[in-house]
Design a protein around this ligand. Sequence first.
Ligand code: FMN
Length: 182
Amino acid sequence: MKLIAISGSLRKGSLNTALLQAAIQELPEGVSVSLESFADIPVYNEDIDGEDKPDAVVRLKEAVASADGLLIATPEYNYALPGGLKNALDWLSRPAFKSVLAHKPAAIMSASKGPTGGARAQGQLKLVLAAVLAEAYPAPEFIVPQAQQVFTEDGVLTDDNVKTRLHRFVNEYIAWVEARFK
Ligand SMILES: Cc1cc2nc3c(=O)[nH]c(=O)nc-3n(C[C@H](O)[C@H](O)[C@H](O)COP(=O)(O)O)c2cc1C
């Protein structure tokens, strides 16, 4: 099985990118993951969403098309999902209902420095995924509140409790993908 992982944060010391890396460590054998970025994707403009799309968009679309599923870890910005992530999803969402995201199983996580762990951003992200007919893994939200307390400065997850929850979450997601989509 092949997954792609997308962090909603471009920040070098991102807790969400660290969460994705920690999740990748917990995946069962035989699952490969490539970490993709939306850093080079321009702001969505339908005028340039024709035959000749920006290279970064083409690359991300191809990566999603060839993947069996998505892992997304996102921060919450001002109670919402980050603009960069939403922008990337908008690019990926065309043609409507027949895009590379349609029927793609997606596991969502969030890490935040606040006490609500990014849960509000996840609610919005699920709405966007529903709009593009992607399949959000219907587990309770995987959130990491006060994430700066469970990752080191170098992004290593040190909390055994979170590690155990993460192990269960990603492994149950893989079992769900295998049962429903393979
Ligand atoms: C523009 C901005 C808005 C933020 N808004 C929220 C918010 O609404 N809720 C929240 O829990 N944290 C919020 N935060 C704090 C983030 O949880 C924190 O910066 C986190 O580390 C961002 O994720 P990252 O480490 O993956 O970059 C905000 C941070 C920024 C920069």
